[in-house]
Design a protein. Structure first.
Length: 413
């Protein structure tokens, strides 16, 4: 990683990903030597389309609805009402890049303690979207997550030498996702979807600037009994890749779609964390709760939010350089966005009578990362999360009007 300090593009990418806690990640497996293979496809020239066209578009090759506008309460409510298991506890996974090691460890420790619920709904944004499919299949997903978050380096995620649309190329991450998101995984996801559970991942559509909420369980079900339909499998992988595509740093992911009249268009999707650090419900529904209005009803009584970040201020003297000052400012902005999202979710939870439980990387973890995707840092954070998961004291209640309550013991759930 010493080369990062010698290259302006690399330094900017590192500043964006670390200082701002933008989500990126990897998805599985130990380091491997680079091999010659097709790089991530660049968007290229696209046929013109309108907002109305996009509203009617459907991912190419799929004959069932698999997504909704992530900012429309009515569409979200219909999706949740159609999920028989939505009354069971929810798991909400935030972005946070390599800090996703926290959630990966927590889930493993929670499994070991024997108190981990079978979540009715799991949502993921950015690194949380990469974790979500493995969390959805339960304990069998713990080992792949451990490997993903404790064995990689930055070279397993991206390489420098950008294009017209990004500073880096994410072909290493794409390769890892292709290897991890297998037909067998889609079969397992489809089986859980058939039980009434839902796996939801958010991306941001670049042209509209709106969040898109993808029903990955419905996509997996479209892949057939062996999970091998190439269009469904390819779309599943593309959404996971898009969820981590930090705009400007990583290239957006092109998703082919078809209009009602048969015309083909190409959408561009990027990091879901661009519009929200985690996804509980449409923001308009969360905001409405501040006035006492109810735009969305969540049938679950308990929601666990895992924040792969810290809301605490972090002191670090900025160097007299553009990148250092920019990085520190972006870090502050991300923390402020996260604090606002937690406050809105808390107000919504009180309006809905939810038991909202939040776990974040708090003062009990003091290690710092010397660079992007540092293995020792990620291994330490994973071990910390696993320890909290086993002990059952990772979560803090959001009861009352003023914020966090007392730590809750998972064994009581």
């Amino acid at each position: 990683m010493s080369g990062l300090t010698r290259r302006p593009i690399a330094a900017l990418a590192a500043a964006c990903m670390l200082s701002a806690a933008f989500p990126d990640l990897s998805l599985a497996g130990p380091n491997t030597a680079k091999v010659a293979e097709k790089p991530v496809e660049k968007p290229g020239t696209r046929a013109a389309f309108t907002a109305e066209d996009m509203a009617a578009a459907r991912p190419a090759g799929l004959d069932r609805p698999v997504r909704i506008p992530g900012d429309e309460p009515a569409a979200f409510q219909a999706l949740i009402d159609d999920a028989p298991a939505a009354a069971e506890p929810w798991l909400v996974l935030s972005g946070g890049g390599e800090d996703g090691a926290f959630a990966a460890g927590l889930l493993a420790g929670w499994s070991a303690a024997g108190t981990r619920p079978d979540f009715g709904v799991i949502t993921g944004v950015s690194t949380g979207a990469l974790i979500a499919p493995f969390a959805f299949v339960g304990r069998p997903g713990d080992a792949p997550l451990r490997e993903a978050y404790t064995t990689i380096t930055a070279a397993d995620v991206f390489e420098f030498g950008g294009s017209d649309v990004a500073l880096t190329d994410t072909w290493p991450l794409k390769r890892r996702i292709d290897r991890a998101v297998t037909p067998a995984l889609l079969q397992a996801v489809a089986a859980e979807h058939a039980k009434g559970r839902r796996l939801l991942v958010a991306t941001t559509e670049i042209d509209s600037g709106r969040p898109v909420l993808w029903d990955l369980g419905a996509i997996a079900a479209s892949a057939g009994p062996k999970g091998a339909d190439p269009k469904a499998l390819g779309l599943f992988r593309s959404i996971v890749l898009a969820s981590s595509a930090v705009p400007g740093v990583f290239p957006p992911v092109a998703i082919d779609a078809t209009l009602a009249d048969g015309r083909a268009i190409r959408e561009l999707h990027a990091d879901g964390g661009t519009t929200a650090p985690f996804y509980l419900a449409p923001k308009r529904a969360l905001t409405a709760a501040l006035t006492g209005a109810q735009l969305v009803r969540i049938p679950a009584r308990t929601v666990y939010v895992v924040v792969n970040n810290s809301t605490r201020p972090h002191f670090e003297m900025a160097r007299p350089t553009t990148l250092s000052v920019l990085g520190r400012a972006m870090s502050a902005a991300i923390k402020a966005q996260l604090q606002d999202a937690l406050a809105l979710s808390g107000a919504f939870g009180r309006r809905e009578g939810l038991d909202l439980q939040v776990a974040e990387i708090d003062g009990r973890f003091t290690a710092t990362a010397p660079g992007p995707f540092d293995q020792r840092y990620m291994q330490a954070l994973y071990a910390h999360g696993e320890k909290l998961g086993r002990a059952g004291d990772a979560f803090t209640g959001q009861a009352g009007p003023g914020g966090q309550g007392e730590p809750q013991t998972l064994a009581r759930r």
